[in-house]
Design a protein around this ligand. Structure first.
Ligand SMILES: *[C@@H]1O[C@H](CO)[C@@H](O)[C@H](O)[C@H]1NC(C)=O
Ligand SMILES: *[C@@H]1O[C@H](CO)[C@@H](O)[C@H](O)[C@H]1NC(C)=O
Ligand SMILES: *[C@@H]1O[C@H](CO)[C@@H](O)[C@H](O)[C@H]1NC(C)=O
Length: 366
């Protein structure tokens, strides 16, 4: 949501379904140039029991190591062992999704009287930024804060070029500067902060972080022992091709009602619609709580976005990550899907001079 853009007084939160669909690499010279840039793995650490690894390939979160109630450490996010597998991968494991996360119907939208056509990578729709979304670019590491052998903060940046520039892969209007910062703070808190500034033209922006969590440990098998609570009272029903109808329906009496604590959803629940809640402000607020009964690990996700999408990995298919593990769930805070084509949804348009901001805070306990 752009600060300063026209916005509704009551802003709903979303719990939406996304499908992991291949984002093939653009064959052009920009793709080749990006791949020649240096890609590395950076570790942030706080104390001897809390650390993460991030690669500047897509600003991707590769691992989160945490203790459980008995002090046993485990990596609680799905992913791959090597950066090469992320380059190849199609599951958006741990990546930053943009310029517009989720679907844009018909891969087209009209803004300020001009119609923009995007790359179709999900049937007739654009998904997760299209042909070469933000999860498939090399980012520049700007800052490593904390010093010495155990930095606690890492900032990365990319300049996303629009359709008038050389990179024809993305086809969004205008250039965009995008920053993302990972930070660890006590006792066991991971903050993910994103901002984006439009240069030259107004553009839709909807960033999302796509980590799949398994609090039992990435290799512990199905997430059946995990209870999920989503503080979402409304959702966005979808029609054909998972595009929202534009309604905001109450979750009460539907399979998308996760308001009560302690509900354990089916491991591969098929959720054909995209739930949302009403929220009164863009302040940081709790959106989801997850607890693993077996290890006692718990996670509370706070964010400042209108929605949260809960994806149960239905589209992962046979994708195998670290150690062959396949089970996990994605909790993505974001704006509403296809908002650029729904005037009734909170606007995602960022105009030159405005700043898009998106903060997520993961509070872990055990
Ligand atoms: C990339 O994908 C291809 C085709 O699926 C596969 O043969 C290759 O081993 C993969 N490479 C890596 C590094 O995962
Ligand atoms: C794409 O749109 C065309 C024309 O409306 C339609 O015939 C086709 O079935 C659509 N394809 C998908 C995958 O939805
Ligand atoms: C965006 O985030 C970066 C990294 O934290 C920061 O240096 C920059 O000032 C932020 N931009 C704005 C406009 O707030």
């Amino acid at each position: 949501m752009a600060r300063g853009a026209p916005r509704l007084r009551r802003r709903p939160s979303v719990l939406a379904l996304c499908l992991a669909v291949a984002a093939c690499l653009c064959g052009g010279r920009n793709a080749a140039a990006a791949e020649r840039k240096t890609v590395g793995v950076h570790e942030l650490r706080r104390g001897d029991d809390f650390s993460i690894k991030v690669t500047n390939w897509g600003a991707t979160l590769m691992s989160v190591i945490l203790p459980d109630s008995k002090g046993n450490l485990a990596d609680v996010v799905l992913g791959y062992d090597t950066v090469a597998e992320y380059v190849n991968g199609t599951a958006y494991f741990g990546g930053l999704i943009g310029r517009v996360a989720n679907r844009i119907a018909g891969a087209r939208f009209t803004l300020d009287g001009k119609t923009y056509r995007l790359y179709r990578n999900d049937g007739n729709n654009s998904l997760h930024g299209g042909h070469r979304g933000f999860s498939k670019v090399v980012r520049t590491v700007k800052e490593h804060v904390g010093g010495g052998d155990s930095p606690t903060s890492l900032s990365t940046t990319i300049a996303s070029t629009g359709s008038k520039a050389v990179d024809e892969c993305w086809r969004f209007p205008g250039d965009l500067d995008v920053y993302m910062t990972y930070q660890l703070s006590p006792p066991h808190v991971l903050s993910v902060r994103m901002n984006a500034t439009a240069r030259g033209r107004a553009t839709p922006v909807n960033l999302a972080h796509h980590a799949y969590w398994n609090l039992g440990g990435h290799g512990s098998g199905p997430v059946l022992a995990e209870a999920v609570q989503l503080l979402a009272s409304r959702y966005t029903p979808v029609g054909a091709a998972l595009i929202p109808t534009g309604d905001l329906a109450p979750v009460a009496g539907t399979p998308y009602d996760f308001r009560a604590p302690g509900r354990a959803p089916a491991p591969r629940a098929t959720t054909p619609t995209t739930p949302w809640t009403a929220a009164s402000s863009s302040a940081l607020r709790p959106g989801a709580r997850v607890r693993d009964g077996a290890t006692g690990r718990a996670m509370e996700l706070w964010a400042d976005q209108p929605g949260v999408q809960f994806y149960t990995g239905n589209g992962l298919g046979g994708v195998r990550g670290k150690g062959g593990s396949v089970y996990g769930r994605c909790l993505e805070t974001q704006g509403f899907p296809d908002a650029v084509n729904h005037p009734g949804f909170p606007s995602q348009v960022v105009r030159p001079g405005q700043v898009y901001r998106h903060d997520m805070v993961f509070r872990f306990s055990f």
